[in-house]
Design a protein around this ligand. Structure first.
Ligand code: SF4
Length: 407
């Protein structure tokens, strides 16, 4: 069963609209649908948390995709806008909302047009839906930053608790749900058991692969199979694979038989996140890739938490210095001190994740770090890519490939 490619639906959409909120929540729980915004949190628990608050809840479809290399949400919004809106209407019915907002990045003109058309023709059951746009910043997609943006303030994450389920948009209980998750809702509710047994992941494979782009793969497919069968294989022997963008530790070639599912990757100390799978060939210097990760965190913080603003800049400076030969003897100790100072801080996960990934990579590539100390890259033949930088060749290639897929 392929929830995004037209599954058979034992319960027709019309029937779903006549179910009670409790019946919808029970079916959603039975399907096991998990959120696809990066956390893989069980959707039914999130919906129930909003419903029990009562009051006047609101539902937000979060389409502010911003993970470098990830295009799967834009893919869904352009290919399946009707499914996104159908899921939004059913979510609103389940939590008791009469208002909904679709929130997008400012540059997402085509998704905005596609979703507006879908809203115009959808069965809304009295739900009021508006499409709103924010800026293009990475952190703008964080769910409480979305709330701030919609309230007219800087799109900065809020301290938690309270969670949006209790105190969300304009103080009301709010369900913020990723657009891909919503696109799966009707299918999951129509046949919960079939959905559960045939669950897929929509991933964007990019970097050193022959066929970058968005691919729908059965959950549990070996990472090697995703790369070889769906993305056309690597263009050179694999050096590293980031299974979920820069917010998780990279895997080694020896890990390629791991199944692609959130639990297996978590057990391995990394994360599936939004499934932006970056493949890096072995001709790339791992220190350059670590510096690219650190540069991403430095560039994309929102600056409101000093440990994050100062710490991400320090991590990036130290890793760049090690990569280029300008390191000092105390740099490794500083790296660990800075990460210690950052961990446990910040209003969102950016600060903690930056610390964990930067130091994790330095530890995981201790031999490479040692070889670089004081003298820069000891492998003159290796490439020094910066894949996470805006406009990098890797990002440009996957963007072009997805545009082609969407033609
Ligand atoms: S942790 Fe970083 S990105 Fe998150 S709110 Fe604080 S400064 Fe912004």
């Amino acid at each position: 069963m392929s929830p995004l490619s037209g599954a058979s639906a034992p319960l027709a959409t019309n029937t779903l609209h006549s179910l009670t909120p409790d019946a919808l929540l029970d079916r959603l729980a039975a399907s096991g649908l998990r959120g696809r915004g990066g956390g893989w949190f069980e959707a039914a628990r999130k919906w129930r948390a909003v419903r029990v608050e009562g009051g006047e809840p609101i539902v937000i479809a979060n389409g502010a995709e911003g993970e470098p290399g990830s295009y799967k949400d834009r893919f869904v919004m352009l290919r399946r806008p009707d499914d996104v809106i159908a899921g939004l209407v059913l979510a609103a019915r389940a939590v008791g909302a009469r208002e909904a907002v679709v929130f997008l990045k400012g540059s997402f003109d085509r998704p905005a047009a596609a979703l507006s058309r879908a809203i115009a023709t959808a069965r809304l059951d009295g739900l009021s839906v508006e499409v709103r746009r924010g800026d293009d910043g990475y952190v703008t997609g964080e769910e409480t930053a979305v709330l701030e943006a919609l309230e007219g303030r800087k799109p900065w994450p809020r301290p938690k608790p309270p969670l949006p389920a209790a105190v969300g948009l304009r103080g009301r209980p709010t369900l913020v749900q990723n657009v891909e998750t919503l696109a799966r809702v009707a299918s999951a509710l129509a046949d919960p058991q079939a959905y559960r047994s045939g669950e897929t992941a929509l991933v964007t494979v990019w970097g050193d692969v022959r066929r970058p782009g968005v691919h729908e793969v059965p959950l549990g497919t070996a990472l090697r199979g995703v790369i070889d069968e769906h993305a056309g294989g690597a263009t050179e022997p694999v050096g590293l694979v980031f299974p979920g963008g820069p917010a998780g530790m990279p895997l080694r070639p020896s890990d390629l038989d791991l199944p692609l599912d959130p639990e297996s990757l978590r057990a391995k100390g990394t994360a599936l996140g939004t499934g932006a799978i970056l493949v890096v060939g072995e001709s790339a210097c791992p220190l350059a890739v670590a510096a690219s990760v650190a540069g991403f965190f430095e560039r994309e913080h929102c600056s409101q938490c000093p440990p994050c603003a100062v710490g991400t800049a320090s991590l990036a400076r130290i890793l760049r210095a090690i990569e280029s030969g300008g390191s000092r003897p105390r740099d490794l100790r500083d790296l660990s001190d800075v990460a210690g100072f950052m961990s446990g801080h910040g209003y969102c996960a950016h600060c903690r994740t930056a610390a964990a990934v930067a130091t994790g990579m330095a530890r995981g590539f201790a031999d490479a770090v040692e070889a670089h100390l004081g003298g820069g890259c000891p492998w003159p033949e290796r490439r020094h890519p910066d894949p996470f930088a805006p406009g990098s060749p890797e990002r440009a290639a996957v963007e072009a490939a997805v545009q082609e897929q969407l033609r």
